[in-house]
Design a binder for this molecule. Structure first.
Ligand SMILES: Cc1ncc(COP(=O)(O)O)c(C=O)c1O
Ligand SMILES: N[C@@H](CCOP(=O)(O)O)C(=O)O
Length: 463
């Protein structure tokens, strides 16, 4: 199995190299050259299997022999043993025909753990085999950072540098990152937005001298190793409700487009998916794009679902590549226009292809709060604000006969202020995090300047 860059000017790589490389050297994102296919019989056979078994089945189709089966099996078993629910990603019926896929039973209470617990072990395995170290960099609006730090803390093969926008995460998200004292963990608060953090990460990847010097690797969903692990729960959820004999729709609270793109991958691999619904908060660039055919930046507004306060939705590039006939030149033009003028127009055929498989909706702050309150009153269930965006949008998008699965992407206790404002109930953190606010913090605050981050990393990395 080889992976190709969306921009067509970087070498095709095998699984291990694609995972270590993160962002392609031409600035593009890696995608498999072909989509592995599962027959209906193979999908049906996944029903009732343990999560780690399904994870091995799906992920091994992309690994192409780069990692021996026994090692890959051990990696997925260890990764999913860190989850506190026996099903790893359980599903429950919120109202007739509308299901919640709970993705927050991992160590940091957000869906990012599902991929990050896998990715850290895979990277560790590859680096140890090669006898080298790597410098990991990541940008976070809150959840990726805490999940990555938890997954990589104390690992001998890596130093990890996480950039978050100063003051724009929830206090608990910040504490989950900044109270980790392992020597290989470095937190940087950037005076800017998440998009600024993500832009610094991409600029550093495009600085080839720096990248080679520190052996730079990434943990954002620009890394194929993240997406591949997120494909798995689309299969487990769908088969638990009767796939492949029934079609499902999924609603996904969306920011960087990684999670919903994993659903698209599952569909390309043969899972019968009716529709993928993009749920955005007030930062609704993706909904506007589907409506108008123009991706146009308008500025980021802080919301109660801060992890989705994103305008440069990285993985949309992967969908554009697929929908525009895998034409790297077209992708380069669109991405150049985004960089130069803050927008681009989708080719009509790509827009039509996207509209055929996706729909989009928005929950503003009022609708988000109302959904948290109503779901608590009607079902006795506390939604986190990101999941509430999904539940609101799913409500409007649901069609009779087709089950709707909304991805519950975070535990409500990560966002107690928003939940309390809507319901009067402050959700409590689980025991292993209950003293979080009493733990000492360590972080460095830097201006939004890529040079400062580069110097910071050079002074501290051991790669
Ligand atoms: C809780 C939560 N929900 C939804 C999202 C959006 O996911 P994605 O960036 O993959 O679109 C994020 C951040 O990524 C998140 O942390
Ligand atoms: N919402 C994310 C932003 C980064 O997304 P990623 O999936 O590309 O890592 C976060 O919580 O940090």
């Amino acid at each position: 199995m080889q992976f190709v860059s969306t921009r067509g000017q970087a070498p095709a790589l095998g699984f291990s190299d694609a995972v270590l490389t993160g962002l392609a050297t031409d600035g593009g994102l890696y995608l498999p050259q072909q989509w592995p296919q599962l027959s209906h019989a193979e999908i049906a056979a996944l029903a009732g299997k343990p999560y780690a078994h399904v994870a091995f089945d799906i992920i091994s189709r992309f690994v192409g022999g780069d990692i021996p089966d026994a090692a890959l099996r051990r990696i997925v078993e260890d990764a999913y043993a860190t989850f506190r629910h026996p099903s790893v990603t359980p599903i429950l019926e919120l109202e007739p025909g509308h299901f919640l896929l709970e993705l927050f039973h991992g160590p940091t209470l957000a869906f990012k753990d599902v991929a990050m617990q896998f990715l850290s072990r895979v990277m560790d395995h590859i680096l140890a085999e090669r006898g080298v170290r790597a410098t990991i960099i990541g940008a976070t609006s809150g959840d990726t950072g805490s999940a990555a730090i938890e997954a990589f803390r104390g690992r001998e093969t890596t130093d990890i540098f996480i950039l978050h926008p100063e003051g724009r995460t929830s206090p608990i998200q910040r504490l989950q990152m900044t109270t980790v004292m392992d020597e290989n963990v470095h937190n940087i608060a950037i005076r800017g937005t998440f998009d600024d953090c993500q832009s610094i990460v991409k600029v550093l990847f495009n600085n080839h001298d720096f990248r080679d010097r520190v052996r730079l690797s990434g943990v954002n969903s620009i890394n194929w190793g993240r997406i591949v692990a997120q494909i798995v729960y689309y299969f487990t959820a769908a088969v638990s409700l009767g796939s492949p004999h029934r079609k499902m729709s999924f609603t996904v609270p969306t920011g960087n487009f990684g999670d919903i793109f994993a659903g698209y991958c599952a569909k390309r691999m043969g899972l019968p998916v009716e529709r993928l619904i993009i749920a955005t908060n007030a930062n609704d660039i993706l909904r506007r794009t589907l409506e108008t055919g123009r991706y146009e930046m308008a500025g980021v507004t802080p919301t109660t679902s801060p992890s989705m306060d994103i305008e440069v939705s990285s993985n949309f590039e992967r969908l554009l590549f697929e929908s525009a006939g895998r034409d790297p030149q077209m992708l380069r033009q669109m991405m150049e226009s985004l960089k130069q003028s803050g927008g681009f127009t989708l080719p009509p055929s790509a827009l039509a292809a996207i509209r055929a498989g996706f729909a989009a909706g928005t929950a503003d702050e009022e609708a988000t709060g109302r959904t948290i309150a109503r779901t608590h009153a009607d079902a006795g269930y506390l939604l986190d604000p990101h999941t509430a965006v999904g539940v609101h949008v799913a409500g409007a998008a649901r069609a009779a006969q087709v089950p709707m699965i909304t991805l519950a992407t975070a535990h409500p206790a990560k966002f107690p202020a928003a939940v309390a404002a809507a319901t009067g109930i402050e959700p409590t953190l689980p025991a292993w995090l209950s003293d979080l606010a009493q733990r000492p913090e360590r972080l460095s605050v830097l201006d939004n300047d890529q040079k400062l981050v580069e110097e910071f990393i050079l002074a501290r990395t051991r790669a």
